[in-house]
Ligand binder design. Structure first.
Ligand SMILES: Cc1ncc(COP(=O)(O)O)c(C=O)c1O
Length: 408
């Protein structure tokens, strides 16, 4: 192993030195095997390409996996968030508390329904929503006469939020508790799987996520009325889908509300079901990679992985470090550029949503007051983590971090 002096004396790839890798290692990537392909081909040879039996099979498998009564498959994680906002009846007079440290879709889903997000801050060490800020902003909104429909928890990077605290705030103020679980399929809080904790939980099956259907998403819930509402919502809000029309021998249906075509095809559901069977093994591999990173960064000054909380298992969608510029001698922007030049496809998750122009230019962004998320944004970097990474890929990431983050 090279000493820190050796690392400092190595010429960086950005300065024309040899890169740690010649091919770019992405921060996340799908893993498709022959059995996944066979599952999709089987559907292609059958009678149903969409709205067929593979959809229900996937929904059943997912609901079972997360310990919920129902899963409703939709065309993306964004559609899942939209469907759950619709299910709880968010409308133009309503507000929903959303952590600012998330992907924009979490807040946009509130907007899709005409509502207004109230941005909440995060704990600076975990980047999970801070229940004290949720309580303060919720009480303030209610005192100001606003109709608040829900608190959204984002299980950031794959670690569940403090659900005991969030549930008690939600119960006290009689609002729904929703989870954006797009990072956290397979994670648990006090042994309960994400997907069975909040009233509704949204998942994404984008290729960088734990299991993929190319694009895709789902909402899990144990409330039958919510499930029925979302099944209609993904199908134009028709009160009778074609299966029902056929069984009732009628062509008639009615539409009372605006709905969407957010259906997930049978091909995608077959792929997702096949992938779901590998989730446990893939979670173990993600955890193994995180453990190797932990050991490497333990004694690397100025590099702090996000902290972990007790009583939770992490799904490791992201492995994030916070960089102390004074100690490392490089800031996050420079580290991003240098690591990518070394062939390490680092990324940044996320710019706080209230700072994006869409929100920064209106009162929701301007009144956000989320100093921890703003400060964290200047320091965070996501390192590659996905089950197909080899031990040599992991060693490359660590070598590149040693080379780049010890410049002082
Ligand atoms: C936290 C979070 N929410 C929502 C989404 C949206 O999911 P999708 O890309 O499947 O629409 C993502 C996707 O990256 C996400 O990370």
């Amino acid at each position: 192993m090279k000493s820190s002096t050796d690392c400092k004396s190595e010429t960086l790839a950005v300065d024309g030195g040899p890169a740690v890798r010649t091919t770019m290692l992405p921060y996340g990537q799908q893993w498709i095997d022959e059995d996944d392909i066979a599952a999709v081909v089987e559907v292609l040879r059958g009678d149903w390409l969409t709205t067929g039996p593979a959809v229900e099979r996937f929904e059943d498998a997912l609901a079972k996996k997360v310990g919920a009564k129902y899963a409703v498959a939709v065309s993306s994680g964004t559609a899942a968030l939209h469907a759950m906002m619709h299910a709880i009846g968010v409308g133009s007079d309503d507000s929903v508390l959303v952590p600012t440290m998330t992907f924009a879709a979490t807040a946009n889903a509130v907007r899709f329904c005409g509502g207004t997000p109230i941005f909440t801050d995060v704990d600076p060490h975990t980047l999970l929503v801070d229940p004290a800020d949720v309580e303060a902003k919720l009480s303030h909104a209610i005192d100001a006469g606003k109709s608040v429909k829900a608190i959204v928890a984002v299980d950031f990077a794959g670690q569940p939020c403090d659900y005991d605290a969030l549930r008690s705030i939600a119960e006290c103020h009689k609002v729904a508790l929703l989870t954006d679980g797009c990072h956290a399929l397979g994670a648990t809080y006090r042994s309960k799987p994400v997907g069975s904790i909040a009233d509704l939980t949204a998942f994404s099956f984008h290729p960088v996520k734990h299991v993929t259907s190319a694009e895709g998403g789902a909402v899990t819930t144990s409330d039958e009325a919510f499930a029925t509402s979302m099944r209609q919502f993904r199908n134009h809000c028709m009160n009778r889908d074609h299966h029902k029309r056929q069984s009732q021998a009628t062509w008639e249906y009615d539409i009372e509300q605006l709905g969407f075509n957010y259906r997930l095809t049978d091909m995608q559901c077959a792929l997702a079901t096949s992938q779901l069977g590998k989730l446990d093994a893939w979670l173990s591999r993600r955890c193994e990679i995180a453990t190797v990173y932990d050991a490497a960064f333990r004694d690397m000054a100025g590099v702090a992985p996000l902290e972990r909380c007790e009583n939770r298992t992490h799904a490791w969608h992201l492995y994030m470090i916070q960089i102390n510029t004074d100690t490392c001698g490089v800031d996050r922007a420079a580290a991003f550029e240098m690591l990518r030049a070394e062939g390490i496809g680092v990324n940044v998750h996320y710019r706080p949503v209230h700072e994006l122009s869409l929100y920064a230019n209106d009162s929701s962004g301007q009144s956000a007051n989320c100093p921890h998320a703003e400060a964290a944004y200047a320091q965070i970097l996501s390192l590659p983590i996905f089950p197909r990474m080899t031990d040599s890929d992991i060693a490359d990431v660590i070598a590149a971090c040693r080379k780049v983050l010890r410049r002082r």
